[in-house]
Write a protein that binds this ligand. Structure first.
Ligand SMILES: NC(=O)c1ccc[n+]([C@@H]2O[C@H](COP(=O)([O-])OP(=O)(O)OC[C@H]3O[C@@H](n4cnc5c(N)ncnc54)[C@H](O)[C@@H]3O)[C@@H](O)[C@H]2O)c1
Length: 278
């Protein structure tokens, strides 16, 4: 079991020290997976740029991670996005709280598999990973689209992975879910490109977060991981924690949401210190 990194250290999860600009003033962002890792950092980054944020997570949020000056623009909903009707419910809550406008959807909630290959994958693991990583983001997009179409404006950012374009970065279910998420990204980008709605994906390499807690470690596929290991260790040297921080990924999501990225639609943007070139 190679996943024995230290816990995320405080600096990588700390919010920016002050409001940087008002780019998000009057705008609403809906962020999934807001209680940890990339979702938490993205919540902090969006709040620091004056967005109003509806955050959702299956786990409780630690309010100490939200700067007091931003607390009035943050609303947290605890829920399992996989449960029936939950994605629609989150959007209903967002509209009830912040009004009939959703400017940004950041699909960040996700789980990791245990590197299981096609010879050992169980139905349960396939459905668990595909559900959270592919079905949930798709339902979230479906739920926010009426509001983005009404305003002819919206930015959707899907957090995929290097595993969205590689067969050597994760297990079968995770890899397939992230490949699928790229399909959702591209289809949505083109279908609504003339309605003011953009949809992009980011493809991070290994990030210093809590995602390894979501691995069903008792099913870890050592044989499959051994085949991935030479590729994996080009990016993740053995015994070292991932060098990419959650805030580094959050800043790219923030940019893709911004007016500065208004001509960027349908891209799959690596954030991986060149791992993606291999
Ligand atoms: N950590 C990495 O190395 C890495 C690399 C590439 C891509 N990613 C992607 O980044 C995204 C964020 O992951 P992270 O690394 O920050 O992990 P994380 O575990 O720190 O955060 C993921 C969050 O999603 C939440 N979540 C999981 N299932 C949920 C559900 N059913 N309903 C509501 N919330 C749920 C978790 O509670 C958690 O707070 C994921 O989509 C992941 O696939 C991570």
């Amino acid at each position: 079991m190679p996943f024995t990194y230290p816990s995320p250290n405080a600096p990588s999860l700390s919010p920016p020290p002050r409001t940087i600009d008002g780019a998000g003033f009057g705008k609403v962002a809906l962020i999934t997976g807001c209680s940890s890792g990339v979702g938490l950092a993205t919540t902090q980054a969006f709040l620091s740029h004056q967005y109003e944020v509806l955050g959702v997570d299956i786990h409780e949020v630690d309010y100490a991670q939200i700067a007091p000056r931003d607390a009035g623009r943050f609303h947290f909903h605890r829920g399992d996005l996989l449960s029936e009707g939950e994605c629609d419910e989150v959007v209903r809550i967002c509209v009830a709280k912040f009004g009939e406008k959703i400017d940004v959807l950041a699909n960040i909630a996700g789980i990791m598999d245990a590197f299981e290959a096609a010879d050992v994958i169980t139905d349960h693991e396939w459905e668990r990973v595909m559900g959270v990583n592919l079905t949930v983001p798709t339902r979230m997009i479906r739920a926010v689209l009426p509001f983005m179409k009404a305003k002819r404006n919206g930015s959707i950012i899907n957090v995929a992975s290097k595993a969205a374009v590689s067969g050597a970065a994760a297990g079968l279910a995770y890899t397939t879910s992230k490949h699928g998420l790229l399909g959702v990204t591209k289809h949505t980008a083109w279908r609504f490109h003339d309605e003011g709605i953009r949809c992009n994906a980011v493809l991070p390499g290994s990030i210093d977060t809590n995602i390894n807690d979501s691995i069903e470690k008792e099913h870890f596929d050592d044989a499959a991981f051994a085949v991935m290991k030479p590729i994996w260790e080009l990016h993740n040297p053995a015994g070292e924690k991932p060098s990419i921080t959650a805030m580094e990924v959050a800043n790219v999501i923030l940019f893709l949401a911004s007016e500065g990225a208004r001509a960027i639609n349908g891209v799959a943007l690596p954030i991986d210190k060149a791992w993606g070139v291999i």
